[in-house]
Design a protein around this ligand. Structure first.
Ligand code: R5P
Length: 251
């Protein structure tokens, strides 16, 4: 039987929750956690909050977006403000795409800058994902960039030259009709369709003034928990997937 779009969505939601619940197994009391953004991260934060409220886990955390911070606060998860020397034992976050090397596209929800900041300050980045996120080659998902508003015209010119078919992300609810990040910057989504050399593209994007950050997260994730139906697999860069049940601790 061919799955209907509604069935696909609910399967995807079930996989997100399954990946989130599996990732919780690696959280230990005493850890300082980075909390990701997006729907899969929200599922993780919700389950984490239940454990904290039940007194089963004592952790502290910093969130990668205002939305995740509000959710964590609502669930009484103790929150740490950014400060010098603050590092994270573990950050758990979703992704828009991941490949076999655990190279990622992130930022579909607009949180890529704070995510990259926290994940760079983390000893371990664990990605949680439903199976639709896994790709052979990055780029089908439009690559998000956070852009300083003043620089937008020239950034768009440069992105056209790179073949990125850039689209400024809209938000019909705001007066100028444009989406704003938590920092008040614009988001530009680039339609490369296929990114043959992510490392080279990352360098090219970093060289364009006005791009605050791009959504390519390369060499950052140590592992991913990906749910596939009822199963959860652990992926590590370049290593064949292993059933999550095979691990008691993060590999
Ligand atoms: O800006 C958003 C983040 O990078 C999310 O982690 C990413 O978009 C995945 O979101 P979701 O879990 O909702 O698919």
């Amino acid at each position: 039987m061919t799955p209907t779009p509604t069935t696909q969505v609910s399967n995807q939601e079930a996989e997100k929750r399954h990946a989130a619940a599996t990732a919780l197994r690696w959280v230990r009391s005493g850890m300082v956690l980075g909390l990701g953004s997006g729907s899969t991260s929200a599922a993780f934060i919700t389950l984490l909050g239940e454990k904290v409220q039940a007194g089963e886990l004592q952790i502290e955390a910093t969130a990668t977006s205002r939305a995740s911070e509000a959710l964590a606060r609502q669930l009484n998860i103790p929150l740490l403000e950014p400060r010098r020397g603050l590092r994270f034992d573990l950050t758990v976050d979703g992704a828009d795409e991941l490949d076999a090397q655990l190279r990622l596209i992130k930022g579909g929800g607009g949180a890529l800058l704070r995510e990259k900041v926290l994940e760079t300050a983390s000893d371990y980045l664990l990605i949680i994902a439903d199976s639709s996120k896994y790709v052979r080659q990055l780029g089908r998902f439009p690559l998000p960039l956070e852009v300083v508003p003043f620089a937008l015209p020239w950034v768009l010119d440069s992105l056209e030259t790179l073949g990125g078919a850039p689209v400024v992300r809209p938000n019909a609810q705001l007066p100028d009709g444009l989406y704003r990040s938590d920092q008040g910057n614009l988001l530009v989504d680039c339609h490369f369709n296929a990114i043959a050399e992510p490392e080279q593209l990352a360098l090219q994007l970093q060289a364009i003034p006005g791009i605050v950050e791009h959504g390519l997260f390369l060499g950052m994730a140590q592992a991913a928990v990906m749910a596939r139906g009822e199963q959860a697999e652990v992926l590590r860069p370049g290593v064949a997937a292993v059933d999550a049940g095979a691990f008691a601790e993060l590999p």
